[in-house]
Design a protein around this ligand. Structure first.
Ligand code: CTP
Ligand code: MG
Length: 416
């Protein structure tokens, strides 16, 4: 039995409201982009591709159900991203696990639609800059006609048909061609039926409309947009990032604000209690003879506060959402591991560190004698100057009683 045999299996009976469902497929590996992580989770101008892709969906005039389809090991991260994109409408969002092929990912999305959904839109997360108007156009045309609807652009290149030895056979009339994009809309039941037929034939369709049309249904094209291009290669990702920066600048011009500063500030706080056994790791240094700090990782409160300050400045979440505080891979991990990874993410998002300032609050260890050493180690890790001040709390509070330490960090970063 395949997933589409039980489309109502995951229904939420409390919410069969929206008549339109939007399946955002984001389960691909992004081989051609080559970022080493799935494409939808790559950062573009400070947010993931997936978050950019979801933003226009949650600006739609009428409520829709949103189903995000992701790789099995990214469900938690996708839920965090999805909730951020959805805001108060988070109850309209589901995250499900995709498959090996795009087609199987679409099937997984179809299986998660609520019973009330009559029209389904299938959208590539990789078309992250698709405007809300494109979704509206597709939804409106589908409602008006009851047909399949795909957005498309006229083809501007001259197209040749060639034979097996690359000899030109014919110039194709480009006036009759459209380069099609997503979201593609279909009546839900007819699309599911078309997928069933396709499964039997193991069809190798390159988009959902091809399967749907093969099943004998009409498909209408409406205007697509240049912005809805698919991010496939590093060049595309770079272009998308530039367009996002231009868009930000344009928005500010519209509201008459001052141009966006390329400077961002962030803050991070971390507290750890002292433990009984082991050696203290703090501010990237080992402190023989000092009581260690307890924690899932090495308890380096200074390093962790810096990580949070950097991530908050770049809008990349926090240490918990990025690394998973319970993730066994990070059990006992040194502060250095988190710092390196955070700085890598920051660079990938187009930022560099201007400076980091930390205040350490606690009775022990006596910090001053090793301040310069710690600043050197941390500065090398974040590729920018780190300064650390230390203070006590005059015997007040948990730090004053010597139960643990607090570290507060601020970070200033700049878009390259
Ligand atoms: N997709 C999916 N499940 C798959 C394959 C693709 O959900 N098994 C999604 C991708 O996440 C993307 C969209 O389908 O949003 C279009 O696919 P493509 O651009 O080819 O993305 P990838 O398959 O990730 O990239 P590549 O082919 O370079 O590996
Ligand atoms: Mg692919």
């Amino acid at each position: 039995m395949t997933a589409i045999d039980e489309p109502g299996a995951v229904a939420d009976p409390s919410l069969d409201g929206p008549a339109v469902g939007v399946i955002v497929v984001a389960a691909g590996s992004g081989t051609r982009l080559g970022a080493g992580i799935p494409k939808a989770f790559v950062s573009l101008a400070g947010s993931t591709v997936l978050e950019h892709a979801l933003a226009p969906v949650f600006r739609l005039r009428d409520a829709v159900q949103v189903v995000v389809v992701v790789p099995a090991d990214r469900v938690g991260e996708a839920e965090t991203i999805g909730r951020r994109a959805a805001g108060k409408a988070a109850d309209h969002l589901r995250v499900v696990v995709g498959g090996e092929t795009r087609q199987s990912s679409v099937l997984a999305g179809l299986a998660a639609l609520w019973p009330g959904v009559r029209t389904v839109l299938v959208h590539d997360a990789a078309r992250a800059l698709t405007p809300t108007e494109q979704f509206e156009r597709v939804i409106d045309a589908a409602a008006r006609t009851g047909w399949g609807v795909v957005p498309g652009l006229p083809v501007t290149d001259t197209i040749k048909r060639v034979d097996a030895s690359d000899l030109v056979e014919q110039t194709v009339d480009r006036a009759a061609l459209r380069a099609v994009q997503t979201p593609q809309a279909f009546p839900r039941d007819a699309l599911i039926a078309a997928f069933r037929v396709a499964e039997d034939r193991l069809a190798a369709a390159t988009d959902d409309a091809a399967l749907y049309a093969d099943a004998g249904h009409p498909v209408l094209t409406v205007a697509g947009s240049e912005a809805a291009f698919k991010i496939t290669t590093p060049w595309d990702a770079q272009r998308a990032e530039r367009l996002l920066a231009d868009r930000d600048r344009g928005r500010e011009r519209e509201v008459g604000a001052r141009p966006t500063s390329s400077i961002r500030t962030g803050i991070g706080v971390d507290v750890h209690a002292f433990a009984d056994d082991g050696e203290l790791s703090l501010a990237g240094l080992s402190w023989p003879g000092e009581r260690p700090l307890a924690g899932h990782s090495d308890g380096d409160a200074v390093a962790h506060a810096i990580v949070d300050a950097l991530l908050s400045a770049a809008g990349l979440g926090d240490i918990g959402s990025m690394f998973g505080t319970d993730d066994p891979r990070f059990a006992g991990a040194s502060g250095e591991v988190f710092l390196r990874a955070a700085v890598e993410r920051l660079h990938a998002a187009g930022f560099v560190v201007v400076n980091v300032a930390v205040q350490l609050v606690g009775n022990r260890p006596r910090f001053a004698p090793r301040r310069t050493e710690a600043e050197g180690v941390l500065s090398a890790l974040v590729h920018g100057p780190v300064s650390i001040a230390a203070t006590t709390t005059d015997a007040l509070g948990f730090t004053g009683r010597g139960e643990g330490v607090t570290a507060i960090a601020t970070a200033l970063i700049e878009r390259r």
